[in-house]
Structure formats: C-alpha cells, structure tokens
Design a protein around this ligand. Sequence first.
Ligand SMILES: Cc1cc2nc3c(=O)[nH]c(=O)nc-3n(C[C@H](O)[C@H](O)[C@H](O)COP(=O)(O)OP(=O)(O)OC[C@H]3O[C@@H](n4cnc5c(N)ncnc54)[C@H](O)[C@@H]3O)c2cc1C
Length: 471
Amino acid sequence: MRALTKEDRVFAMNQDALGALRTRLRGPVLAPGDAGYEESRTVWNAMIDRRPAAVARCLGIDDVIACVRFAREHELLLCIKGGGHNIAGLATADGALMLDMALMRGVWVDPRKRVAHAQAGCLLGDVDRETQVHGLAAVLGFVSLTGIAGLTLGGGFGYLTRRWGWTSDNVAGMDVVTADGRLLRASGEENADLFWGLRGGGGNFGVVTGIDYLLYPVGPEVVGGIVAWPASEAHKVLELYRTLAEQSPPELTLVALMRPAPPAPWLPKDMHGKPIVALLACYSGRPEEGEKLVAPIKSFGNPIGDVLVRRPYAQMQSLLDATQPKGRRYYWKSEYLPRIEPALCEKVIEHAARIRSPHSAVILFQIEGALNRLEDGHSPVGNRDARYVLNLAGSWEQASEDRANIDWAREAWNDMKSFSTGGTYINFLTADEGPERTAAALGTGLRRLAEVKARWDPQNVFCTNRNIAPG
Ligand SMILES: Cc1cc2nc3c(=O)[nH]c(=O)nc-3n(C[C@H](O)[C@H](O)[C@H](O)COP(=O)(O)OP(=O)(O)OC[C@H]3O[C@@H](n4cnc5c(N)ncnc54)[C@H](O)[C@@H]3O)c2cc1C
C-alpha cells in the first residue's frame, strides 16, 4: 500500500474535521467535487483560480459563529465571500475554509426610520429592489451584481455619492462576528472603534453578518442613461464633460468613458467594435429638473446612440451589468483625481486608442460633493480630496491575451498617475498591488486601523484581505 504523503494527511484530517463541521451547521459544507463547490469557489475575475479546502454556505449568524470558532480550533485559513466581485480575488484562498455568504440575502426596510437592514450576502440589486418598494435608496455602486459587503467595507461609491458621501458614510451600524466568535453590534454608540474600522478597513475585524443602511428618497424614476459619439469627437465631448461636471449640482453624476463600442442594440451595427466616447449620466432628483440639465448632452454634436431618458432607478442601477460578466479576465489600474484637466483628457484619448480588447475601457467617475465635506478621519476611507476616479479597466477573454492587456493598463497608468491626488481606491486594487498601494488607499488612517486590529483581531484570524498588521 502507498505511504501517506503530507498532503494525504492534511486531506485525511480534513475529512474528519469536515464531518464535524457539517453536523454543526444548518447550511451545506461543500468539499472539492461536491455539487455547487465550483460555483462558490470561483469569483468574478477569471484571472483568479484558487481552491479552498471547503466551502461553508452559511444560512445564518449561528453558522458564521460556528465557522469562525471551528477555523480557530483547527488553525484553518479563513476566507469570506460576499459577492465575489473583488478584482484581486480576496474572497477566495487556496486550502482555506471559505465562508460563502450567498445564502444570506434578506433585506428588511423600515420606511419610517429610513433604514434598511441587509444581510451580508446581498448583492446591490437586492437592496435597491427592496428599498425602491418604498421610494427609498441606499448609497451603493454602479453594477447591481456587486456584493454589498466588500463594497461597503472598502468605502463604496455610485450615482448617489455626490449627494451623501461614500457608502460607508451612510451606514448606521453593522452586526459582526469577531475573531473570538462573538456576535457584536458596531455603531456610533456601541463598539465605536470597531465601527470606525469597518467603514473602510475591509474584512480585517470580523465577519459582518448584516449592515444597516441610511435611506433617502430617490425615484421611482430618475433621468439616466448613456449618449455615445464616435471617438473622433472625443476632444469636444471630454471638454463638454469637464465643463458640465464642474457646474452640475450633486443630484447629477456624470461618467465619461472611451472604449470599443459593445454590440448593444442601441448602437448602430456598423459601429460595433469601433472606438467610441460616451457620457453616462444619472440625475437622482426631480426628473423635470434632470431633463433640463442633461439637454446639453443630448443635443451635443451627432450622437450615434442615445438612451439617456427617464427610467426606473432600479433599472438605472443595473444598466451596466451586462458589460461586466463573471468569468472574463480583468485587470484594473486606478487613481483618485482632484480635477479633470485638459491634459488628462488628451491622455485618456491617447490610451483609449491603444486598447487591446473589445471589452476594455478608460473611465472617469465623478464623485465630488458630500464626501469632500467630511474630515479625513471620519472613516478609514479618507481621501476626502478625491473628486473623480480614473479607472483603466482592462477586460478580455483568453489567458493568451493577458500580457498585452495588462501591459496596456500599466502603461496608461504610468503615463497618467501624475494627475492623481496620490490616493487610490482600495476596492479597485488588483492582486499584484501590494502594501504600498494599500497605504496609498488608506493614507493616514492606517495607523489607527492597526490599533483597532490589535484590539479586535490580535492573532490576525481575518487575513485574506488588504491585511492590516495588528499594531
Ligand atoms: C463589475 C464591478 C463593478 C464595481 N463597481 C463598483 C462601484 O460602482 N462602486 C464601488 O465602490 N465599487 C465597485 N466595485 C468594486 C467593489 O466595491 C469591490 O469589488 C468589492 O470588493 C465587492 O464586494 P464583494 O462583496 O462582491 O467582494 P468579495 O470579493 O466577496 O470580498 C471582498 C473582500 O471583502 C471581504 N468580505 C466580503 N464579505 C465580507 C463579510 N461579510 N464580512 C467581512 N468581510 C467580508 C472579503 O473577505 C474580501 O476581503 C466594482 C467591482 C466590480 C467587479
């Protein structure tokens, strides 16, 4: 008989351990080969290909507590999957016990208090749909399939950010299972240091099981959508973007992008694959007002497509979903910008012309407004001087195209990073961006985060994230 290798022993030990965990949880525990394991272990970015030893699909807080305690007892590596959208693949790790939160997607709205309690496995669209029943909305991101947990724990921005700040500025409290396996409340009144750390410090302090979002009246209809022109119009369109964005009220969020035209039905067939420039707009106040404000965009030059119209807010929130499917290969480079300068627009045009894939884009998001009015130390997200986000968003199909697409994003970033505030968005960092980029994202908050980490997770049980060493 063949002697057992070290790997065999680990596996043999895990079989017993897995049996024990299975009896302890309400939700299923999946091992490699089990139905559902592949779906859980894979994440949005196909560049990431890791195999956890087991996946616990938690059904409730008691399951989460059991997993944290179990991982500690057995000295297992623990990883936590919310929506699995993190581009660096922080939700998954080889050989780990994965807590897959995807079965915890309940949302409870209190329309009188204007608060929604969302379980941590929710996607953005879950919260949007339930809150819109009451004509309310939380401050969330641009793609409805993104997980609320990772987005909120890293900051979060979207169409409502100009009015109300980062997503994490708009959280009333969180329920969290800490490293010692206790369920705690983190809010301004309870465990305030933990609450501060959770609003930008990522999954460093525990497993968040639920988030309470502040809600605001939005919709049901907004004025939103996209207008596109051929890339030959880019100089003029980006100048329009620059001037409109500077003047627009916080109800209007403007995004500029350049990319090869996708095969969308609203774009003429003969333009598919050809370079375009587009403006994405959402006015979240009264539609009548929004229509007046977007009129200069709709009447500008000769657009090749225009779907900037009145539409339900929840539809606006999912408008970009189809452009970002799970399973493609993605590589991003990103910076915060203090302003849009004409010289930056020149660089946008230059590097958009060098895009190597039909799916990649250069994107400028406008975030200026409420977030700039808070103190840097209000939450670990910091970066209160950020007014735009530059994203060089590489996206392609085949592994053989990795080099060309990664090089495109890196070269463009090298050429454009001088326009940065010096800060970057932690949730857009890729797997090859190390501690110096985490420091650029967290800035002065890093030291205080290390103190919070030392108090709540001194043994670094929660380490599969943008890790903060206990200090
Ligand atoms: C297509 C796309 C669009 C995006 N658009 C936006 C946008 O508009 N605005 C924006 O701000 N960001 C955006 N992002 C970035 C997004 O915020 C991050 O990718 C974020 O990590 C996604 O959250 P998730 O739950 O899906 O992450 P996951 O990949 O599941 O997890 C990311 C990290 O969070 C931790 N984590 C997850 N759940 C928990 C939990 N319950 N408790 C503790 N830690 C947890 C994980 O351990 C991991 O470290 C986008 C990303 C993609 C891929």
